[in-house]
Unconditional design. Structure first.
Lengths: 428, 341
């Protein structure tokens, strides 16, 4: 559904400043207008809430990560290990993460009841079950709209993928409009053809852009829509990316920082994510591929989590040392978990009935564990939650009110599934 | 070339076997999937490592079953120290345990913390004086099997070491890793002599960003002139296990690849076990879309006989009588097959 901004309805103006009521209160009752004075700008920047999603594509096994069941018929070959939180054990494949457990909250009682990749990913990225009549925006698009500073010129939602092609993905934003769509950086590279060709002088480029802007303005008079705005905005963002392309160059990081993240793809992408967040991008999703281990689940989890573990632990530590962790919500999610049953080729298949997500950072009570599965991990036995509960929790952690509405052509659409509530045990 | 003690060479009891007549003669069941199987050198028992962390022992004459408990993870590697009637087993927690193999109720006698990460295979030298282990710390380690003291660490692999085998001559050990690099080690000096290229057993699947393959089984023929390494090749989808079983056959003298042995019929999966019969043919088992047992001649790339198995096969071991085979299955059974007409 494409929003029609030219309607000038007051509802669509519902924006970041309205959702940030809590943040304003935290500044001693100053109004938003006062906050954006230059003297308060730095404070606002430091208060800027951000989100980093690490998407374990294909479906991370909860048994080989957050909810191990060693010594059971479903437990697999790995042992569990103690963590920095007394009484909390995770899989031995995560030794570095175990030391950061006091920063991490585990939700072990997830039942999303959806075992298909695309639909599972949709639930985890929108907080809603797929419905034929409505498409909901990604968490990243909501964050881009409600958390990104009005002055931010960089895209609000960036997705770093291991492969594919770079570009804009308007469908992610759904009814929020293409301005809040994600920008994919394939292997961390900015979209191609952003740089001015050598044959085009800077002066000629400026004149060309000025002509384009005049034509855009003329066209927009009376015909302004989300699409025309997004079109214009994409040029502005492209120009910003060109000007700030050094942000994408992790080679500018000190060698010891690059080493600590790891030289592999996932390490480089997480370091890039930190640089993007540090430089004003509101929401970054890093995809780690791949966990769809129908065959040789255990060998593949050794390999994949061998990359994930140290990088994730380093990332949390780095964010904390830079003073960013308190304002950055870090979510480790998949589209679902994996079957407790071990199949005939030593794989695990798709399993959404009892699995886990890890949260850290902004608004999260580190060390919390909520939800429980039975002895061999086949079912949730305590505090079962679904995607709706997760989204309520994310929004609360970010200081947003999940019970407010988006408005599309005057029609209210709840920000989060109104049948669910947040998970208070994991909130600080 | 020295003469080898008959008890240390699989299938050394030569008989007029006919692989084409192979049939199941005994089914021994456990209630957990099995990963590995070995006959003891006297051929009285068959042992199997299970996914419940146990080793199961069956006495072949009466099918009496005994559970050996003490491992903390799955057991894939088992070997025997015939002189002292010890079973030596390695698990995926990295530990190696020793047991009195014919005790009424064997208990662990000795524990060696052999590797960081999985211990993937154990092997005992032909003269019984060396125990070798390999694992996920990219190392091959040599031990005194009598007391578990370390003798030497062989470094050089750059990824998980999946398998090891002593050359029947006793001077050399070979080790094969995830990427299909097979190294020959001089045991006296602890040095790498040469490497064999079994990279056909490895692929990096760029779609899934993952490595797949490895030397899943390894065996020498009786006189040590041939080395067989088995696994999966032609992988088109790592995470669905879409690939073909294969055995890479090397000429020991030249180090060159002599043959790629493949099933004659279409089969998707991994060749989990391989072994030589002293009369010259090679047997292999696989699992994937079912289970199969194949027989090859060293000079022919396609199997001359195959037997569909009732379930996914995960390991193969020859009985010292030269006529029987043990095969470990996903469905929890060890099935004994007879090759005598």
């Amino acid at each position: 559904m494409a929003p029609f901004y030219a309607c000038n309805s007051p509802e669509h103006a519902l924006s970041r400043r309205q959702f940030l009521a809590g943040a304003v209160a935290g500044l001693g009752g100053l109004s938003f207008a006062h906050m954006v004075q230059p003297a308060a700008a730095e404070q606002l920047r430091r208060m800027q809430k951000r989100v980093l999603v690490i998407f374990m594509a294909g479906g991370l096994s909860q048994l080989e990560s957050w909810d191990p069941k060693p010594g059971t018929n479903t437990g697999g070959p790995f042992l569990d290990i103690a963590t920095s939180v007394p009484g909390t054990h995770i899989c031995e494949l995560l030794p570095f993460t175990a030391r950061q457990m006091d920063k991490i909250a585990l939700i072990r009682g997830i039942n999303t009841a959806e075992d298909e990749h695309g639909r599972g990913a949709y639930i985890m990225q929108t907080g809603r079950r797929p419905q034929p009549a409505e498409t909901y925006p990604h968490l990243g698009s909501v964050a881009a709209k409600l958390l990104a500073p009005p002055t931010s010129a960089l895209p609000g939602y960036i997705h770093v993928t291991p492969s594919g092609s770079s570009g804009f993905n308007r469908q992610d934003a759904a009814f929020l409009g293409p301005r809040f769509a994600s920008v994919t950086l394939a292997d961390g590279n900015p979209p191609a053809n952003l740089l001015r060709p050598p044959t085009l002088t800077e002066q000629a480029d400026m004149e060309r852009n000025a002509i384009r802007a005049r034509l855009n303005n003329r066209f927009a008079q009376g015909r302004r829509s989300a699409d025309t705005e997004a079109y214009t905005n994409s040029y502005d963002q492209a120009a910003q990316i060109m000007r700030q392309r050094a942000i994408f160059d992790i080679g500018r990081e000190p060698a010891h920082i690059r080493d600590s993240y790891g030289s592999h793809e996932f390490g480089r992408h997480c370091l890039l994510a930190r640089r993007l967040l540090e430089n004003g991008v509101t929401f970054v999703k890093v995809t780690h591929s791949n966990y769809d281990t129908h065959h040789e689940n255990f060998d593949f989890h050794i390999e994949q989590l061998g990359e994930f573990d140290r990088t994730y632990a380093t990332l949390l530590d780095d964010l904390a040392q830079r003073g960013m962790l308190d304002s950055t919500l870090v979510i480790v999610m998949s589209e679902f978990g994996r079957t407790p049953n071990i199949n005939r080729t030593m794989g695990r298949d798709h399993w959404s009935r009892a699995w886990s997500v890890a949260l850290a950072g902004c608004g999260i009570r580190g060390g919390a564990v909520v939800g429980r599965t039975n002895a061999n991990g086949t079912a949730v036995t305590d505090r079962q939650v679904h995607g709706g509960h997760l989204f309520h929790t994310y929004f609360r952690a970010l200081g947003l009110n999940p019970n407010r509405n988006h408005y599309v052509d005057g029609r209210p659409i709840p920000m989060a599934d109104p049948t669910a509530t947040h998970i208070p045990e994991v909130l600080a | 070339m020295r003469i080898f003690p008959a008890s240390l060479v699989p299938w050394s009891g030569l008989g007029r076997v006919n692989p084409v007549r192979t049939r199941m003669i005994q089914e021994l069941r456990h209630n957990s999937p099995l990963l590995s199987c070995r006959f003891d050198p006297a051929g009285r028992f068959v042992f199997a490592g299970a996914q419940d962390n146990s080793i199961q022992r069956w006495e072949l004459a009466n099918a009496r079953k005994t559970s050996l408990t003490g491992h903390r993870s799955w057991v894939r590697g088992m070997a025997f120290l015939g002189t002292t009637r010890k079973l030596i087993s390695g698990d995926y927690s990295g530990r190696v345990l020793t047991w009195q193999l014919d005790a009424d109720a064997p208990t662990p006698e000795q524990t060696i913390v052999a590797h960081r990460g999985w211990t993937r295979m154990v092997a005992v030298s032909p003269n019984g004086r060396l125990l070798a282990t390999c694992g996920n710390d990219n190392l091959v380690r040599l031990w005194n099997p009598a007391d578990g003291t370390p003798i030497r660490t062989l470094e050089g692999h750059t990824c998980h070491v999946y398998n090891i085998a002593f050359h029947p001559g006793g001077q050399f050990l070979v080790s094969g890793d995830l990427r299909g690099i097979v190294k020959q080690w001089d045991l006296a000096r602890g040095t790498e002599i040469r490497s064999f290229d079994a990279a056909v057993l490895f692929r990096h699947d760029n779609t899934f960003r993952a490595d797949i393959g490895g030397v899943r089984s390894m065996a020498f023929n009786a006189d040590g002139s041939l080395l067989a390494c088995s696994g999966i090749t032609d992988v088109s989808n790592a995470f669905a296990g879409i690939g073909r079983p294969v055995v890479v056959l090397f000429d020991w003298r030249t180090g060159s690849r002599r043959q790629l042995l493949r099933p004659a019929a279409n089969f998707q999966g991994t060749a989990w076990g391989v072994g030589f019969h002293p009369s010259g043919f090679i047997a292999g088992v696989g699992g994937g879309n079912g289970g199969a047992l194949w027989f090859w001649r060293p000079d022919q790339p396609q199997s001359f006989h195959a037997l569909n198995l009732p379930n996914n096969a995960r390991d193969l071991h020859p009985h010292p009588d030269g006529r029987r085979l043990a095969i470990a299955f996903f469905d929890g059974a060890v099935r004994i097959y007879d090759m005598m007409p």
